[in-house]
Design a protein around this ligand. Structure first.
Ligand code: GUN
Ligand code: ZN
Length: 468
């Protein structure tokens, strides 16, 4: 297998063999291409990339989508008599893909008053120390995955803590649900308190064992997880670079999030041309590298990212909350970078990518760009799937793809209901004509709009019900 290829789903794909057939009826929206930063109603861009299928049946079997067809045509041959989950008038989309989020930081979400480096020392590091306890890790992973599903995300690239048990807990519980999850033990061997530090040899041993046990198993993949350049010595970064040679492994880290952080990195690595160059020299940048933030990169850094095929996980909610800066998404697009959307909880304040899309709109607006709902929703579905090399599996409502799906209400509450009713009057049946309604939904909506979530065809969240 070539370096960076993702192993195919194995037989042991953790999709319970008894997964029943299921049919969902709803208005289906997904993407077949990147709508870019074109104005939302530009017919050409929209027609080429937006797939709007009102009142369709989505047939699910063995955890995968088997067929998608107009409800007016009825069920496919051989499916007669199947129960239909009736979500008429609701929006069905691929589950969102959160490409950068920290499991243990649910414990510190919404902590007041600090920028990145003080926030890490004051809130984050003390909270992460608790995950040395296997029971804390186990309960934390269960709470975190439930929360992802209840906020509309069905796949994620996740930071646990430095402790091997915290990665184990995430892998085990995602595997039990047949969920696509990318994670790996955090590497950090300096500038953190006792109880949160590893060492190069011990970390390499832990990573190697975790890779052997979990990487490529079911829908799991290992991510070599460098917290950020300051908390690893050059020797540890070199070790991480070697681990990235294991076929199919991802790499996740933070880069150029905050100006004090950038200055600190340059003082620690004076021989590097830039913060990003520290990672490049260590062999950490490739097509499966996911770098959070990238606000303070320069043109040469962006060219390197493009050449390596790495992606930026844009975390608008976190960037606003921590006061880190404004990521220029339109510029990144012009320069050919892959950009996905991420919550970065607990720097971010919501796991719901709809809320992060609302923040992304405002971050771009402050820089003179008007982000469309098409572009934002594409980045959280097909765009992220393609950037991760997983688009044959996730990110679309397409026969053969896994049935990782969410059904959303268009409006919750009187204000959104009123706005939606007016937007509905203006519909003309076209995809382009849908944008005003979709944009209002994206901007006013949040996890309260989510009616249900399925992972590999199984319900993992039903609003108001307890799902075991
Ligand atoms: N940089 C290093 N660690 C972190 C973290 O946990 N969150 C964020 N937002 N940035 C980081
Ligand atoms: Zn982060």
């Amino acid at each position: 297998m070539p370096v960076h290829a993702v192993p195919a789903l194995t037989q042991d794909a953790a999709i319970p063999p008894a997964t029943p057939r299921r049919v969902l009826r709803a208005d289906v929206l997904d993407f077949t291409g990147d709508p870019g930063f074109a104005a939302p109603a530009e017919a050409e861009g929209v027609a080429a990339s937006v797939r709007w299928r009102p009142d369709h049946l989505v047939c699910i079997e063995g955890g995968r989508i088997a067929a998608v067809r107009p409800a007016a045509e009825g069920l496919p041959a051989g499916w007669e008599g199947e129960d239909i989950g009736d979500h008429r008038g609701r929006l069905l989309m691929p589950g969102f893909i959160d490409t950068h989020v920290h499991c243990p930081q649910l414990d510190v979400i919404a902590s007041h008053g600090t920028a990145l480096l003080d926030w890490l020392n004051t809130y984050t590091f003390p909270a992460e120390r608790r995950y040395a306890d296997p029971e804390v890790s186990r309960q934390g992973a269960a709470r975190f995955l439930r929360a992802l599903w209840a906020h509309g995300s069905t796949s994620a690239v996740v930071f646990p803590t430095v402790h091997k048990v915290s990665a184990e807990a995430l892998f085990a519980q995602a595997h039990a649900q047949g969920m696509r999850l990318v994670t790996g033990k955090v590497l950090m061997n300096r500038f953190a308190p006792a109880g949160l530090l590893d060492d190069v040899d011990g970390a390499e041993r832990d990573c190697t064992e975790l890779i052997a046990r979990w990487h490529g198993r079911g829908r799991l993949a290992y991510a070599v997880t460098v917290r950020f350049a300051p908390t690893s010595t050059p020797e540890q970064l070199a070790m991480a670079g070697r681990l990235c040679q294991v076929p199919g492994t991802f790499m996740q880290t933070h880069v150029a999030e905050n100006q004090d952080e950038v200055r600190w990195v340059m003082s620690l690595y004076p021989q590097a041309r830039s913060y990003l160059d520290v990672y490049d020299r260590a062999g950490l940048l490739g097509p499966r590298a996911v770098l959070a933030h990238g606000i303070w990169l320069d043109a040469r850094d962006r060219a390197v990212l493009r050449e390596r095929g790495a992606q930026i996980a844009h975390c608008p909610g976190s960037n606003l909350f921590l006061g880190s800066g404004l990521f220029d998404w339109a510029q990144a697009q012009r320069e050919g970078l892959h950009v996905s959307l991420a919550s970065d909880v607990g720097g971010g304040t919501s796991l719901c990518l709809l809320r992060n899309m609302g923040d992304a709109y405002k971050v771009q607006a402050l820089q003179g760009t008007r982000l469309s709902a098409w572009k934002a929703l594409h980045a959280a579905t097909l765009g992220a799937a393609q950037a991760l090399g997983l688009d044959a599996e996730i990110g679309r409502v397409e026969p053969g793809c896994m049935a990782d799906l969410c059904v959303w209400d268009w409006a919750v509450g009187e204000v959104a209901g009123h706005r939606d009713a007016l937007a509905r009057e203006a519909l003309d049946g076209s995809a382009a004509g849908l944008h005003p309604r979709l944009f209002a939904w994206m901007t006013l909506g949040d996890e309260r709009n989510l009616a249900a979530t399925w992972v590999a065809g199984r319900p993992v969240y039903l609003r108001g019900e307890h799902v075991t």
